[in-house]
Design a protein around this ligand. Structure first.
Ligand SMILES: Cc1ncc(COP(=O)(O)O)c(C=O)c1O
Length: 371
């Protein structure tokens, strides 16, 4: 990884703000912005794309998947809805989730049409225990749907352990990874994940409008996509001069069957460049750096006697730290006026630094929030 001051040069925001809010969105690095602007200019001048890299290969590398297992989606919610609506739910089926989830991990299964029961595993002081998941899953469980990292308190799951529980009962593991990919190591093969989805606008340093859906190879052809368009069929069909075959539906054998139509190409180009920045820095380095910064933050918050809502065992830690404080919304607004950006969540303040932040920035934040 480059030296931090060199790295900060590609993040123009570092010149005028202390930005510790990557669990919300990421300010675009300069190369991402430049690549997107170049594409927009080209499109405006020529009506097409100069070279179109959709970033799938880079995302596949980030999560240790094969490119054929990756579909482009608009955002994480779209990825989750695609999966929720293609799985079948026999009479009495249930989906197991937790009471810490972001709405998009739960709402898709609330559709009456699906007729599936949702079981919420209750957190214990911000943690979800594997034993509690084990108790909630039974032979009627069709899927376990969770976030790799919980949005409010940053609790990180051991996905391998959860996939073992799910698979032992014949259930799928569906993962919302928007709060982890780009910040932490994610390995769909090591952890035996069935479906994983994430938009790029948070820890992956990309723009809104594009994300990815991973579907385990063995499952791709098992499912008919819930939404179908020209992009869902075998590429050789749309790459010929022949009129479109419209009487028969020949779905793609790869994860592109879960795509429908024209994606946000400007966003995809930006995503690809953003993912290249992460791959060049190396996820193990990024993860180490983020955990060093959050360790530092936790120490400082403890010194100030602030109560942490984030579980502190190393295996459950992530890029998110949340602590309780009076009137968090007002505090966040006040900090914003001073150029310090964090979020108010769950009666506390959520702080989420990325690898280019510094200990000095963390110190300035702690001083400002406690003064
Ligand atoms: C866990 C989690 N899932 C999903 C989202 C957002 O989903 P989308 O990519 O559909 O905007 C967020 C945003 O805060 C989140 O924290």
């Amino acid at each position: 990884m480059k030296d931090i001051s060199e790295l900060r040069e590609i993040f123009p925001i570092t010149k005028h703000k202390i930005y510790l809010n990557h669990a919300a969105h990421s300010p675009l690095p300069r190369p991402v912005k430049d690549a997107m602007e170049k594409q927009i200019e080209h499109y405006s001048q020529h009506g097409d794309f100069s070279e179109f890299d959709d970033g799938k290969a880079n995302f596949a590398k980030l999560v240790n998947a094969k490119i054929d297992e990756i579909a482009l989606v608009e955002n994480t919610s779209m990825g989750l809805n695609t999966v929720a609506n293609m799985i079948e739910y026999p009479q009495g089926a249930n989906v197991v989730t937790t009471d810490l989830e972001y709405p998009s991990v739960v709402y898709p299964w609330k559709r009456k049409k699906l007729g599936v029961n949702i079981r919420f595993v209750k957190n214990r002081e911000g943690k979800i225990l594997l034993d509690d998941i084990e108790k909630a899953v039974d032979e009627k469980t069709v899927a376990v749907a969770i976030s790799h990292v919980e949005y409010a308190n940053g609790f990180r799951f051991d996905l391998k352990a959860v996939s073992e529980i799910a698979h032992a009962h014949g259930a799928y593991l569906i993962v919302d990874a928007i709060q982890s990919v780009g910040a932490l190591s994610v390995d769909v093969k090591r952890d035996n994940i069935d479906f994983l989805t994430a938009a790029v606008y948070k820890w992956m340093l990309g723009p809104p409008g594009i994300g990815y859906l991973y579907v385990r190879k063995e499952l791709i052809e098992k499912f008919e996509p819930p939404f179908i368009g020209w992009a869902s069929v075998k590429p050789e069909i749309f790459e010929t001069i022949n009129p479109w075959e419209i009487r028969n539906l020949n779905l793609s054998e790869t994860a592109t069957r879960f795509e429908m139509g024209t994606p946000s190409r400007f966003s995809a180009v930006g995503a690809s460049v953003a993912l290249r920045i992460l791959l060049n820095a190396g996820i193990p380095n990024i993860e180490k750096r983020i955990l060093t910064l959050t360790d530092h933050l936790i120490d400082k918050l403890k010194e100030k006697k602030l109560k942490l809502q984030t579980p502190l065992e190393p295996k459950h830690r992530s890029g998110i730290v949340n602590f309780l404080i009076d009137r968090p919304k007002e505090k966040v607004e006040k900090l914003k006026k001073k150029g310090i950006v964090v979020s108010a969540r769950s009666h506390g303040i959520r702080v989420s630094p990325h690898f280019y932040n510094t200990e000095e920035e963390i110190d300035k934040f702690v001083e400002a929030v406690t003064e």
